[in-house]
Write a protein that binds this ligand. Structure first.
Ligand code: SF4
Length: 756
């Protein structure tokens, strides 16, 4: 009998920000092997254990493969036409009756790893016409986007540590050896960290927890959660006080230097040391070392964002890089120049409109929108609170806010009151169980891939397109087709609308915008001619081809014949290296002033709040999250290969606290905050600083109505039953997920929840 031939495909891993290249061998529809692509121009063969799980993910029997409609507690499989007809029949009357803002949308983190969703969610949002837009950004990196936007002019003008060339790396609230890098796309973080140390460089980690990165670093200082902005301001104050400023050639592009000097004055090392838990002399030493190092960079991540002063901390990271002359130079922090989709490469370089902010406010709490979104902490109250604009329907796209956003109990109760809900998702999880209809996109390996976002955050300029590894099976529908059919319904064109028509319309709109953008390479071009030149492509490939060809390395539709196009990327299955990051100031700037805004008014106004915090007595016991190499938020816990072994959802407690609280290793502890209580086993470790306990995020499975069997067997507890939706970074609205006041007792000693 003839054997089916094997096929070798090269595919960028879509599971985290590192964008490693994979070599996947298939036979028919079966995945035979997955390994690192040794020829990948960026990862050169490196992969982490998560990559192997793609086989199990592809074969997971719990994955939803056909649309489902819920009737009471029962789910029925339906055809795609039936599913969309159900949505039209139930959703549209609601919107006609209550208005567009009665519909909310929530997009989860996996969307940023999906080419189709990156390109087509905007079309769905436009069709929905609602201002009730939420995403996982506001439980993650939004503060960094806000501070970068205010300083440099676009939300993804984030300066990335040049980790391969620096001599001195100061990390705050970041654990790249476990996260594999975030807002710093580069495969093999461990190798990069080790090479930095081997070439005589120094790594200093500031974190309440002695993380795996901290264990490898030259020095680690434990900081009281939520006080990073104070520490960073004290470094700024020291730089001013000791005349250590050396902004170099950036000087002529700086606005607000003197205002910054004044703002920094109260934050002396002596003043902030007791709040941070880091000695004043250590803080001054950090400032001096940063100033003295030939090439240094400060980098802050998750821990610095998900706290009360997340935007101020994110701002001060860049401020220090600027004051020490390390922004926009090799070995410091540099701006990538991405091949496709970057706002900081469009139009006329050097000046722009800046970022959108506060164009509308959340209805209940009055929080301002940023980049068109409202904080996810507001979602429950927008559903619960009666009145004009009350959310009555929800669309979730690859998101699980029940596990990802603060005060899960409240959100779950609110979701239960929705009049209609649609989820575009592959799992019946803690959130999608509330949906009326679930629309499952085709499996990951049947989708093409290009990292529109992460190449804007990479430590090297690269471009890498991956075609689908496997063909569709009968009945599978691509994500972008699902999104366009939803857009067809919401735009009033009906459930039967041909997605190809909407695809054409979206493409035409994009081209029209480009040819009318001053400074564009395509300014003045004929729309029809450009459309014809993109034939016969459709969907994400057509948009991507357009973005590449009109981008900074593109062929300009003939203007530069050896320039980039999707055809060229298809001929390079291991990616194309576009070279090391280069200085981009002033061309990268899109601020109205054409300068780097060192003291943007919104940030300046928020400093008074930080000053109040300086005087505040330290809280008692506080809770922080943590992350594990084998997990990625909540959605990968249904894979045996990633969940097997020792239980990981435990409460980490310092030995001193354990003794004080009479907790033993393995004891079941009860942890309570203002909003809830969880119980979980104790693990005693001196890796965590005294006064701080930690629970990993993304757990809390096994709830009634979910269908994730392996996740249910390793359920763990949901840290967001403890985090508090009323605590947020005032400026960005980002949730506070670290530094939550808690009490801890053994389960037998029942205490009332602490009111913060
Ligand atoms: S580090 Fe990230 S991108 Fe690389 S193999 Fe692991 S999960 Fe995939």
């Amino acid at each position: 009998m003839a054997m089916t031939a094997t096929k070798t495909s090269y595919r960028t891993c879509p599971l985290c920000e590192a964008t490693c290249g994979l070599e996947i061998v298939t036979q028919g529809r079966e995945i035979m092997t997955i390994k690192g692509d040794a020829q990948d121009i960026f990862s050169q063969g490196y992969i982490c254990p998560k990559a192997y799980s793609l086989k199990e993910l592809h074969e997971d029997p719990d994955i939803i493969r056909q649309p489902m409609v819920r009737y009471g507690e029962e789910w029925r499989i339906v055809s795609w036409d039936e599913a969309f007809a159900h949505i039209e029949q139930h959703l549209m009357p609601l919107l006609q009756r209550y208005g567009r803002n009665a519909l909310a949308m929530y997009a989860g983190n996996p969307n940023v790893h999906s080419l189709a969703n990156q390109l087509f969610i905007p079309t769905l949002i436009h069709a929905a016409g609602t201002q009730q837009l939420f995403s996982a950004s506001s439980v993650d990196q939004l503060p960094k986007q806000v501070s970068s936007g205010l300083m440099f002019g676009t939300s993804l003008s984030v300066a990335i540590p040049d980790i391969d060339h620096t001599d001195y790396l100061l990390l705050l609230g970041a654990n790249p050896l476990v996260s594999n890098g975030s807002l710093m796309t580069a495969p093999d973080m461990r190798g990069r960290v080790r090479r930095l140390l081997q070439r005589g460089g120094k790594i200093v980690v500031i974190d309440p927890y002695r993380t795996r990165t901290a264990q490898e670093a030259s020095e680690h200082y434990a900081i009281r959660p939520g006080t990073d902005a104070l520490l960073l301001f004290a470094i700024v104050q020291t730089l001013f006080a000791e005349n250590l400023l050396a902004p170099g050639c950036l000087g002529e592009y700086l606005n607000g230097l003197e205002q910054l000097r004044e703002l920094a004055q109260p934050f002396t090392a002596e003043q902030v040391a007791p709040r941070c838990g880091i000695a004043a002399e250590t803080i001054r030493t950090l400032a001096r070392e940063l100033a003295a190092a030939p090439r240094a960079v400060v980098y802050g991540r998750m821990g610095t964002c998900t706290q009360e002063f997340g935007t101020l901390a994110s701002w001060l990271v860049d401020v220090i890089n600027i004051l020490t002359g390390n922004l926009d130079r090799a070995g410091g922090a540099l701006f990538p120049k991405a091949a496709a989709g970057a706002r900081n490469t469009s139009g006329v370089g050097g000046r722009g409109r800046g970022i959108g902010y506060g164009r509308w406010k959340s209805r209940v709490r009055g929080l301002p929108e940023f980049f068109g979104e409202l904080p996810s902490s507001c979602l429950a109250e927008e559903i619960e609170t009666a009145g004009d604009g009350q959310v009555r329907a929800l669309i979730t796209i690859a998101g699980n806010p029940v596990l990802s956003t603060p005060n899960s109990s409240r959100l779950q109760a609110a979701l239960g009151t929705l009049e209609y809900m649609v989820s575009v998702d592959i799992y019946l999880n803690e959130t999608t169980r509330f949906a009326n209809v679930i629309l499952p996109p085709a499996p990951i390996l049947t989708r093409s891939h290009y990292d529109i976002t992460f190449y804007q955050l990479a430590t090297r300029n690269i471009a890498h397109y991956s075609p689908p590894v496997l063909a569709h099976e009968e009945g599978m529908v691509d994500e972008w087709v699902i999104l366009l059919r939803l857009a067809g319904i919401l735009s009033g064109q009906g459930a039967q609308v041909d997605p190809a028509l909407l695809d054409d319309m979206a493409m035409t709109t994009l081209i029209k915008r480009e040819v009318t953008t001053p400074g564009s390479r395509l300014a003045g071009h004929n729309v029809k001619e450009l459309l014809a030149m993109l034939q016969p492509r459709t969907g994400p490939e057509r948009v991507l081809d357009f973005l590449l060809r009109s981008g900074p390395y593109g062929d300009g539709f003939g203007a530069q014949p050896d320039g980039l196009s999707l055809t060229m990327l298809e001929q390079h299955p291991h990616g194309i290296d576009l070279g090391p990051l280069q200085p981009r100031i002033p061309e990268v700037l899109r601020t109205p002033s054409g300068k780097i805004e060192l003291a943007p008014p919104l940030l300046v106004a928020d400093v008074a709040r930080l000053q109040v915090a300086l005087e505040r007595p330290a809280e008692g016991l506080v809770l922080i999250g943590r992350r594990d190499l084998r997990t990625n938020n909540s959605w990968m816990h249904n894979l045996h290969v990633l969940t097997k072994g020792k239980e990981r959802c435990t409460l980490h407690v310092h030995p001193d606290d354990a003794a004080r609280l009479q907790l033993c290793e393995g004891t079941i502890a009860q942890v309570s905050s203002r909003v809830g209580t969880v119980t979980l086993p104790v693990e005693i470790t001196d890796a965590i600083m005294p006064g701080v306990v930690s629970i990993p995020h993304g757990w809390g499975h096994g709830l009634l109505g979910t269908r994730m069997h392996i996740a249910s067997e390793h359920a763990g507890v949901n840290i967001n039953l403890l985090t508090d939706e009323t605590q947020y970074d005032m400026l960005s609205g980002n949730a506070v997920l670290n530094g939550i006041a808690v009490t801890v007792t053994t389960r037998d000693i029942v205490s009332p929840p602490t009111v913060a």
